[in-house]
Structures are given as C-alpha cells and as structure tokens.
Design a protein around this ligand. Structure first.
Ligand code: ADP
Ligand code: CA
Length: 443
C-alpha cells in the first residue's frame, strides 16, 4: 500500500502549535476548486484538515505537511491506507468533494466507523445508470433510459430510440460528453463523439468499467433548478434552491447562471423539495451534503441527478448561512457534529455565472475585468484558467473559464448584473494549432 505522507522530510503532520480538537480528512482531485474554501472554513472552525489526493496538487506546495497521497481509483486500498494513518492521527470525519472521492470517503468511513452515507449509495449515485434504476424502482419521475456498450452499432440504436434524446457518459461531470440529439443522423455522430471522450486516457483511468458504456435517455424539456441540501439522520434540510435562467436546450449543456432564491411559485418549489427528499431516501443518501439537479415542466419536477456532495466549482460562494457561515463551514460542522446554530440562508438574492468558453484555443488575455467588477451588484470576478492554458469547449471540455458573483435586491437584478458583467469581458484566444507550431515542446 503506497500511502505517502508528503510530510516526511518536513516534520509531523500537525502544523499548529496546540493539539487540534478535531481532524477532518478531505478527499479531492488535485484540480478541485473546492479545496481552498474547505481549508478556509476549517481554519475558522479551528479544525485541522488533511487533504488526500492521488497526485500532488498545487496545495502540496502551499501546505506540504497536510497532504496524503492515496489511490483514489481504488477505494478499498485507499481505505486500508487511511486506516493505518488513522492509528496515529485520529480522524473525526471524512469528506469527498465530488462523486468519485465520495465513493472513497464512504469506504474510509466504513473502515473507521465514521458517520457517512453507505458505500453502496455513494457507488450508486456515481453511476448515472444505477442512479436512474434506483429512482425508477422507487417510482420517482425519471425519463426513459437505456444502457448501451460503447462498441454498439449506433446505426441500429438510432432506429430504435425515441427523439429527442440525450447521450451521456455514466460518470463524468460538468456536462462533459452530454449531447442532445433530435434524429438518427445526429445520434450516430454524437455516439462517435461520446465514444471518443470515453477513450481519453484520463477518462479510462478514472472510469474503469464505467467508461465502457454510455447512457441514452429521453430529453426532458423544462426549466432547470438546483437544490442544495444537508441530510441529517435521513432528514433533508433544504439550504438553497437555485434557478438556472439560461435555456439549457442542447445540443450541449454548458452551465452558466445560477440564481437563488428561485423565482418559481412556492408550490412548485415545494414539489421540487418533496421530489428531492424522496430521491435521497431511494438512494440511501442519509447523511451529509447533497446537490440535486431537476427540471420542472407541466408534469412537475423530474430528477436529472442527485449527488452526495456540495455544489461544484466556486458556486458555494454565493451562499451564507446564519451569522455568516459558508457552505463549507456548515458541511464541516455537520460532519463533526459541532453545533449548527442556523441553516437559514442569508435572504439577499445572490448568483453566480460560470463563464462560458467561447471557443477552443489558448487563453492569452482577459480584458474588461475592472469594468465587469464595477457593475453594480457584482461582488467578484475570478478567472480560474491560467494564461497560456488551453480552453476546450463542451462537449469535450471539463473546466470552467471562471466565475462571476453577484448580490442584489431581487433575483432579476442578480441575473441582469451577471449578464452585464459578462458583456464587459472579452477573451483573447489563440488558435491551439498555430500555438503548437510557435511553441514547440522543449523537453
Ligand atoms: P453531469 O454529471 O455531467 O452534470 P448530467 O446528467 O447532470 O451530467 O447532465 C448535464 C446537463 O445536461 C443537465 O444539467 C441538463 O441540463 C442536461 N441534461 C442531462 N440529461 C438530460 C435529460 N434527460 N433531459 C434534458 N436535459 C438533460
Ligand atoms: Ca449534473
């Protein structure tokens, strides 16, 4: 078992002078956006965080004595490694930031006897096919769906399915590889495109057997929402409901604007809450944060997805609870069973825009940041792609260009501020191919 404590040459794992009251193990891929916000939250709570990743990350340079390297693609081996570590460093809670690490967190929690969703539930929600099956069995509203091997003949399938439908990988995120098709021609082309994504080395490595199939499901029209929740002893507490006001009609589903509170009628929101509660029950998500995505139309709410984690990217920064707690503080307190004074979201409407990737190429420059930040209601603009990095649009891409945050009197004003700030920005993007010629590898 290769548990490498990166601290070996530095000293003991505990950095602070006094013995910390609690230690949390945070599992995150090295590129995760969330690590920093969890570290800040832990600092505020006086809790020590040890990050476990499967590769050294940027965090490693910043805080080498708080990073463990474990095999995230092998939950059982990772769990045994952490059990060894925990013999000398008591762990009070384990948190995964995404679907993959939550599976590992569940295995570790089981090994250490910590409170967490069951391993089977974490595994089921990571696999979109299993997720659909469990929800369907429980009688929840889901579209028709069909699991097909990647090697299937798309021409045959294209004649068998109903349109419009959606093709998607079983386990990726941020809409990577999710394509809507309206006819057999589009189906055949999209099938090949998703197949190629499933052949990419990182996808094969992470997905294992899951990368050998894809899911086809009926397209659900309607407005999309996201629900952030926290489950305690099986009881779902709704933390926030977000509208996604941009029409997400495909063929690709780039996430852009999230605004809370939702402008849907309260009765519709109640049905969304109820649907999510039943979904959590059906999936065995009985503890910790959940992030649900639903569509709402004339037939009521439909579940797109429920994940056992917090909202992705930096989007949690739109939320504040009680006397100013961040979502990460709420999650840490919950995991450690520290008192949670209030789940009440600060009532001021807030939102975030995940900045769309305009086209493929190398990002050279971002212009208009000062103008965008000066738009009334805008709280911040964060570009998360570095200059010189390649931008890859959907369906192949998986990273966000950046985030715009806003707060205002009404959800409408929040949305308008986000759109205006976005209009101020322009991106200098150079053709990837020409830059390859200009900048040959110097290894
Ligand atoms: P990911 O895990 O990559 O986010 P999802 O299954 O959540 O994958 O799909 C991403 C987005 O694609 C959803 O947020 C939604 O906008 C759209 N989408 C996915 N499945 C459907 C569907 N069956 N009907 C309509 N839209 C869908
Ligand atoms: Ca999703």
């Amino acid at each position: 078992v290769s548990l490498v404590s990166e601290s070996d040459s530095i000293g003991p794992l505990v950095v602070s002078g006094q013995l910390p009251a609690q230690r949390v193990l945070l599992l995150a891929p090295p590129t995760s956006y969330q690590i920093e916000d969890f570290l800040v939250a832990a600092e505020r709570l006086g809790v020590e965080v040890v990050v476990a990743a499967d590769q050294a990350s940027t965090l490693h340079r910043a805080q080498p004595n708080r990073l463990l390297t474990i095999p995230l693609t092998d939950p059982h081996r990772a769990a045994r490694a952490i059990a060894d570590f925990a013999r000398h460093h008591a762990i009070g809670a384990v948190i995964g930031v995404d679907e993959e690490t939550t599976v590992v967190a569940a295995a570790i929690a089981r090994e250490l006897g910590l409170r967490h969703i069951p391993f089977e539930s974490a595994t089921a929600v990571r696999d979109k096919y299993q997720l659909r099956r469990r929800l369907q069995t429980a009688g929840l509203p889901v579209p028709w769906f069909r699991l097909v091997p990647r090697e299937s003949d798309p021409h045959d399938l294209a004649q068998e399915v109903a349109y419009p439908c959606v093709l998607k990988p079983l386990f990726l995120s941020a809409s990577r590889g999710v394509i809507r098709v309206n006819n057999p021609d589009e189906f055949v082309r999209a099938f090949a495109r998703v197949g190629k994504i499933l052949n990419q080395p990182d996808v094969v490595r992470r997905g294992g057997a899951l990368a050998r199939s894809l899911l086809i499901e009926g397209y659900i029209p309607g407005q999309e929402l996201a629900l952030e929740g926290l489950v305690t002893e099986g009881e779902l507490q709704v933390l926030a409901v977000f509208d996604k006001p941009d029409p997400l009609e495909g063929p690709y589903f780039e996430e852009t604007i999230y605004v809370t509170p939702s402008r849907l009628p309260l009765s519709a929101q109640a049905s969304i809450r109820d649907c999510t509660r039943r979904a959590c029950l059906a999936l065995g998500l009985d503890d910790g944060p959940i992030h649900a995505e639903l569509r709402f139309n004339g037939d009521g709410p439909w579940i797109i997805e429920v994940a056992a984690r917090t909202i992705g990217g930096l989007c949690s920064r739109t939320l504040r609870f009680g006397l100013g707690l961040t979502l990460e503080e709420v999650v840490l307190r919950h995991a450690l069973r520290m008192p949670l004074p209030s789940f009440e979201r600060h009532p001021r409407p807030a939102g975030v825009m995940m900045i769309p990737i305009p086209r493929r190429g190398i990002l050279r420059e971002v212009r208009g940041l000062a103008e965008a930040s000066a738009v009334p209601g805008i709280e911040g603009v964060t570009i998360t792609v570095h200059r010189g990095e390649e931008l890859i649009p959907l369906p192949e891409g998986s990273r966000y260009l950046g985030f715009i945050f806003a707060r205002a009197e009404t959800p409408q004003q929040v949305e308008a501020a986000l759109r205006e700030a976005h209009r101020c920005l322009s991106f200098v993007i150079e053709d990837s191919r020409s830059s390859e010629i200009e900048e040959p590898e110097t290894a």
